[in-house]
Design a protein around this ligand. Structure first.
Ligand SMILES: NC(=O)c1ccc[n+]([C@@H]2O[C@H](COP(=O)([O-])OP(=O)(O)OC[C@H]3O[C@@H](n4cnc5c(N)ncnc54)[C@H](O)[C@@H]3O)[C@@H](O)[C@H]2O)c1
Ligand SMILES: O=C(O)[C@H](O)COP(=O)(O)O
Length: 409
């Protein structure tokens, strides 16, 4: 990793995956004009080459930033996930390399919730298969397997930002809402938290998944869990593709145990719009397939562009790490008239004493000091008078255990 007192307005931002233009506008407003914005996701050597010289990288859900990839970007100071999910980044490796990761935890949640509501109505009316048949010239005017959603039970798995909104919207349609979450949650409206996932599966006419990708949610909906759903019920997944065993879902649809599904996310997704999509679900007319567009609305993408770009710009020119998902969070005021030294270090015993010894031995006057730690990483921010900046930087940068040191004046 390179530690340097580079002027912060020289930073280079690389934005991949067609991040909304509001990101570039927001960075420009903050004084950053060196922005390389590209349309698609990159992999392999193309990715390494694109980010080799970047100070900041912006991605969405498709770009994998593994430890190996991060090690090929020695200047990298910060990562912006212009989406909710951050599972595509090795968060721990990033933290140990001194790289905070930011995301947009709320901006696209309403878009996902609206899509899920529409899918509940479509599935329970049998619209996907009627629509497919009609496109092939078939006419299936029938009320068989066609229901109002009023009075039916929606089971929400993962009652977070999206799950709660789905619940509220579903109640407006007259649905009964039950949910399962590993945390105790405040129930909105008349929603009712159930003690276990199995209880929820047995009670629900529609199950909608809104959990993050974690080891515990991987294949959470396997053959056994799908079998535990009510006969003739429906499954919706707009969370992460790894949460559902797709082959087991295909079996449950083929046997008629499930009457339909709406799937927006897949275990393997094409890297670009030019790659073909392959799935055992292609043969089912009663499955709504969407290409991971739950959060892809104009409103959501414009808001995400602004939100994450603002977080990156704030970290670049102020050092604030508020809402970083992998890093000690420090909220910093402006530092006009002073210089700010940002010191990221391994969180080992005695580190703060070492920092303060260095500062006092150098006779530096500290105007303000901020500290926050996580299990492995510590982040100290020190404001000093402008004339002391180089000494302060050199002293802190020389401390054993330093991961990264940066000066903002
Ligand atoms: N399809 C899309 O385009 C799209 C858009 C946005 C978000 N997402 C995905 O949707 C998911 C949910 O997003 P969110 O913003 O609501 O997240 P959130 O963090 O606000 O909520 C997730 C909830 O799941 C719960 N949870 C975690 N592990 C669980 C488990 N094993 N069992 C039950 N509950 C568990 C958490 O306690 C939390 O309440 C994420 O995976 C996110 O990446 C997809
Ligand atoms: O995590 C998210 O916010 C969603 O999965 C959307 O991802 P996207 O920005 O790649 O559409």
């Amino acid at each position: 990793m390179q530690n340097s007192p580079l002027h912060h307005f020289d930073f280079r931002f690389v934005l991949l995956e067609g991040i909304h233009a509001t990101a570039v506008e927001t960075l420009a407003t903050s004084g950053y004009s060196r922005v390389d914005a590209r349309p698609g996701a990159l992999t392999g050597d193309e990715l390494l080459h694109a980010i080799a010289d970047a100070d900041f990288v912006g991605i969405r859900s498709r770009t994998r930033l593994t430890e190996e990839v991060l090690r090929h970007a020695p200047k990298l100071l910060g990562i912006g996930c212009f989406c909710i999910g951050t599972n595509q980044v090795d968060l721990e490796a990033a933290a140990l390399l001194g790289i905070p990761v930011f995301n947009a935890p709320f901006s696209n949640t309403r878009s996902v919730a609206e899509l899920v509501l529409a899918e509940i109505v479509m599935l329970m009316r049998g619209i996907p298969e009627k629509n497919a048949l009609l496109h092939r010239g078939g006419w299936m005017k029938s009320a068989s397997n066609s229901w109002e959603i009023r009075g039916k039970t929606l089971g929400i798995v993962g009652y977070g930002h999206i799950g709660t909104q789905v619940g509220v919207l579903a109640e407006h349609f007259g649905m009964k809402v039950v949910y399962h979450d590993i945390e105790a949650k405040l129930s909105l409206g008349n929603a009712h938290q159930l003690g276990s996932l199995d209880e929820l599966l047995a009670a629900s006419d529609v199950v909608s998944l809104h959990v993050p990708e974690t080891p515990a949610t991987r294949n959470m909906m396997d053959g056994t869990r799908l079998g535990a759903m009510k006969p003739g019920s429906f499954l919706i997944n707009a969370s992460r593709g790894t949460v559902v065993d797709i082959d087991a879902l295909a079996d449950a649809l083929a046997s008629g145990h499930l009457l339909g599904a709406a799937i927006d996310v897949f275990p393997a997704e094409p890297k670009s719009n030019d790659e073909p999509f392959v799935s055992p679900l292609l043969r089912f007319d009663n499955v709504i397939l969407t290409p991971h567009i739950g959060g892809s609305t104009a409103e959501a993408q414009a808001n995400i562009g602004r939100e994450v770009a603002a977080k990156l710009a704030r970290y670049a020119n102020n050092g604030s790490t508020v809402s970083a998902v992998n890093f000690p969070e420090v909220s910093l005021p402006a530092h006009e008239g002073q210089c700010r030294v940002l010191h990221i270090h391994h969180n080992v015993p005695g580190m703060l004493a070492r920092i303060n010894d260095r500062i006092s031995q150098a006779g530096l006057n500290i105007v303000a000091q901020y500290l926050q730690t996580t299990q492995h990483v510590g982040y100290v921010v020190i404001d000093v008078d402008a004339e002391a900046r180089q000494v302060a930087f050199d002293e802190l940068n020389a401390i054993d255990g330093t991961i990264r040191c940066r000066l903002i004046c």
